[in-house]
Ligand binder design. Structure first.
Ligand code: HEC
Ligand code: HEC
Length: 277
């Protein structure tokens, strides 16, 4: 046998063995997927390093606004109490049950500043962390609110349990969701992102959005060429926005819930759905 043929056969044999091995792991059920079986420490460390490097790289060009203003910290404290404590806990406050039993377990963030720059904390809060349960907040909190929370996380190490309790006494802050009511044309790319972030793919199979192909609501493939929305409304952009935001005002008994979609986000979703011929 020629040398090159030998090399090729060996590479093919190795590849074949690797694929067969992967096939056994995937299809035999041998891998323990339960949240009670932990990753081995080296695997966990490898995943964590990958996550750190990814955040560092993506946040590198973000400019940090001034973070030490008292009003910002007060707003950040209230937002942290309302949106983060359940999973992360705080000085003197344990996580709720959901946070305690997640894998990976969400840390108390009191030491976050040792690992992250403020712009990285902002990035993580805005985009979330895939496959970990850390949600992306960009469709719930506007830019200022995201920085308010990042500022508060930055200040956490200086807070005693008493100071934390005091710092989070402010009334509920309603984040100023960037309303794009005046913006009449939706943004297709942002709409695709928004569909995934409002859990629409939990019920609908939507081309371009990764899901388990659910059948709870009708598939949205071909929506643009339908005459009616939900068999009721003429299929116009304004009607689609109306349906997405308030389906029960169109059909009181519909199983489609009100998902709390803002006007601007609904317009973006409608723009994406209009591309589904
Ligand atoms: C549903 C639970 C949940 C909520 C709510 C939540 N997080 Fe997280 N968070 C996680 C998980 C899980 C991780 C990943 C932990 C890991 O990989 O080590 C995480 C990681 C983080 C990290 C990186 C931590 C580190 O030390 O590496 C930051 C920063 C963070 N979250 C900030 C926030 C902020 C700010 C809020 C509120 C706006 C928030 N989180 C709300 C679950 C949550
Ligand atoms: C809990 C499940 C559920 C979720 C989540 C959900 N929907 Fe629906 N959706 C339905 C059901 C059920 C219908 C059929 C309603 C009817 O005809 O009464 C429907 C109908 C629709 C229709 C009309 C489809 C057609 O063929 O006429 C559109 C468009 C739509 N949903 C968009 C969305 C968007 C966008 C979101 C996310 C903001 C979303 N849905 C979230 C269950 C859901």
């Amino acid at each position: 046998m020629k040398k090159s043929a030998l090399v090729l056969t060996t590479v093919a044999a190795l590849l074949g063995t690797a694929l067969a091995g992967a096939g056994v792991v995937v299809y035999s059920g041998i891998y323990d997927i339960s949240a009670t079986s932990q990753h081995l420490q080296p695997v966990y460390s490898l995943l964590e390093t990958t996550m750190h490097q990814s955040v560092r790289w993506r946040a590198r060009n973000i400019t940090t606004p001034p973070l030490d203003d008292a009003q910002r910290l007060a707003r950040g404290g209230a937002l942290f109490r309302d949106h983060c404590v359940q999973c992360h806990g705080a000085p003197g406050v344990a996580q709720a049950d959901i946070g305690k039993s997640m894998q990976p377990v969400p840390g108390p963030l009191v030491d976050a500043l040792q690992r992250w720059r403020p712009r990285e904390i902002y990035w993580i809060t805005r985009h979330g962390i895939k496959m970990s349960g850390m949600p992306a907040w960009q469709f719930r909190l506007d830019e200022e609110a995201l920085w308010d929370v990042a500022a508060f996380v930055q200040a956490l190490p200086t807070l005693s349990p008493q100071a934390y309790a005091q710092a989070t006494q402010s009334a509920v802050v309603t984040p100023r969701v960037v309303e794009a009511a005046s913006r009449r044309t939706g943004d297709v790319d942002r709409g695709r992102l928004a569909l995934g972030q409002y859990a629409c793919q939990a019920c609908h199979t939507i081309p371009g959005i990764t899901s388990s192909s659910p059948n709870v609501g009708p598939p949205l493939q071909g929506l643009a060429s339908r005459n009616l929305i939900a068999g009721k409304l003429a299929n116009t952009p304004d009607n689609l926005v109306h349906w997405i935001r308030q389906p029960k005002t169109v059909k009181p008994l519909t199983a489609m819930p009100d998902m709390g979609v803002s006007e601007g986000d609904a317009r973006d979703m409608a723009a994406y759905l209009a591309t589904l011929q």
